[in-house]
Design a protein around this ligand. Structure first.
Ligand SMILES: C[S@@+](CC[C@H](N)C(=O)[O-])C[C@H]1O[C@@H](n2cnc3c(N)ncnc32)[C@H](O)[C@@H]1O
Length: 419
């Protein structure tokens, strides 16, 4: 058998999932969306795995008894061709903010109670737990939760209410402060997230592999910075200037010795200049459970270089200039494709005459693209984007354009007059 353990989700798979989530009006719809996503990723033909709902769980995705993926009779090995067999417990929710620690950990307590049921029935425990609602999801390894099965808790409480039961309040607090579990929350409704990251994490836990942290680079910098400031400075964002926010982000990535959570409480962040600021430490730890904190000197230089651009962009956004986020730039492309055809970027000459830092075009390839804006600084800042386009400074209200069918491409860069 040559079947791979998980396949890459295509853009279409991801689009279908997001559409399902967007159309969802209740938890059951969310559950259906996650189930079909997992099925597509791990067993699109439906030959080896199936969903079931033992012990009133929302779903358990596990190997069919007659599957050839993992057959104890043939071999005592746990791995099949380097792939372990996945047993995934799914818990779906409706309209929860998983970035809030109590919400996240109450749901984890519910999952622990489900694991207790598996244990009580002598069933193999799920090795991965996936928890999600219509906007966010997070993943933990079954083994991270299984260590709590010997806790002295009132195990007769139904799993569905175990997380919020008053008798478990201290247990929830203990998990928040001492467990070291703090899964990264993926924003699944955001198109910027490649859902293969979630699938790879599931596969990684199924194989019992240590988590490989993601590095921050030019491609994911904006998305990760947004997540970082909105979560780590939850409720206090307005107190800080853009320069400070970017600086704290960069320090956290590049200066691990001088930028750290102050022990023992770990509720405040120590910065390079010796100052100490209050932050949402849970969000901070959760961020670095997913993203790398150690970089080579070369990578550090690259992060610092991109940071200059980030400050500029954040400043403008904070001062009320609306710069289109990727989500809306994608939407604009969708609308244009509907109107002019999917291949319009190949067929038409396109000119964005107030391009700013090229947010509307930078993630797409255009056969013939012109981008102009009022400030040269905007073009300098975005010089890495749409590199095959003609970029030029122009004030569309006051400068004239003299273009005719004989105008050479090179002359466009000389606009405005005297040309
Ligand atoms: C709100 S921003 C939008 C930038 C970008 N198109 C986006 O969606 O993120 C407006 C942009 O229009 C540019 N702009 C304003 N007045 C302009 C003018 N008279 N000529 C050319 N560009 C202008 C500004 O410099 C700024 O970059």
């Amino acid at each position: 058998m040559t079947k791979a353990f998980n396949r890459r989700l295509t853009k279409k798979d991801q689009k279908v999932f997001r559409k399902q989530l967007k159309a969802a009006s209740a938890e059951k719809d969310v559950e259906t969306a996650y189930k079909s996503l997992i099925q597509k990723a791990f067993d699109p033909d439906g030959l080896d795995f199936a969903w079931s709902s033992p012990f009133n769980t929302d779903g358990v995705f596990s190997e069919l008894a007659n599957s050839s993926l993992f057959n104890l009779q043939q071999s005592p090995a746990i791995f099949y061709k380097n792939y372990a067999v996945l047993k995934l417990l799914l818990e779906t929710k409706w309209n929860k903010d998983f970035k809030l620690a109590p919400v996240k950990f109450q749901t984890l307590v519910q999952a622990i109670y489900y694991l207790k049921e598996f244990q009580g029935h002598n069933e193999q425990l799920p090795n991965v737990v996936l928890i999600g609602d219509e906007n966010e999801c997070f993943v933990v390894a079954g083994s991270q939760l299984a260590v709590y099965l010997s806790e002295k808790l009132n195990w007769s409480i139904p799993a569905s209410s175990a997380g919020t039961d008053p008798s478990n309040q201290n247990f929830v607090l203990q998990l928040i402060s001492k467990s070291g579990i703090n899964p990264y929350v993926f924003e699944v409704s955001s198109k910027e997230l490649d859902l293969n990251n979630v699938i790879n994490l599931i596969a990684c836990y199924a194989q019992g592999l240590p988590l490989v942290k993601l590095k921050i680079n030019e491609k994911n910098l904006r998305e990760t910075f947004e997540w970082f400031i909105n979560s780590v400075f939850h409720g206090s964002l307005k107190k800080y200037e853009p320069d400070t926010l970017v600086s704290i982000f960069v320090q956290s990535l590049t200066a691990s010795k001088d930028c750290y959570l102050v022990p023992p409480s770990q509720k405040e962040l120590h910065l390079i200049d010796g100052s100490v600021i209050p932050i949402d430490a849970n969000a901070y730890i959760s961020f670095f459970s997913r993203f790398e904190k150690n970089y080579s000197p070369k990578e550090k230089r690259e992060i610092t270089a991109i940071a200059d651009r980030l400050i500029e962009e954040t400043k403008r956004r904070f001062h009320g200039d609306f710069w289109t986020p990727t989500l809306w730039a994608d939407k604009a492309q969708e609308v244009l494709e509907k109107q002019f055809g999917n291949d319009y970027r190949e067929k038409f000459v396109v000119w964005d005459s107030s391009c700013g830092s090229k947010n509307l075009t930078r993630d797409y390839y255009f056969k013939e693209l012109y981008v102009s804006t009022l400030h040269q600084s905007e073009l300098d800042m975005s010089s890495a984007y749409n590199t095959n386009a003609i970029s030029f400074q122009m004030d569309f209200l006051n400068d004239d354009v003299f273009i005719n069918s004989n105008t050479q491409e090179s002359e466009l860069t000389k606009i405005p007059p005297p040309y």
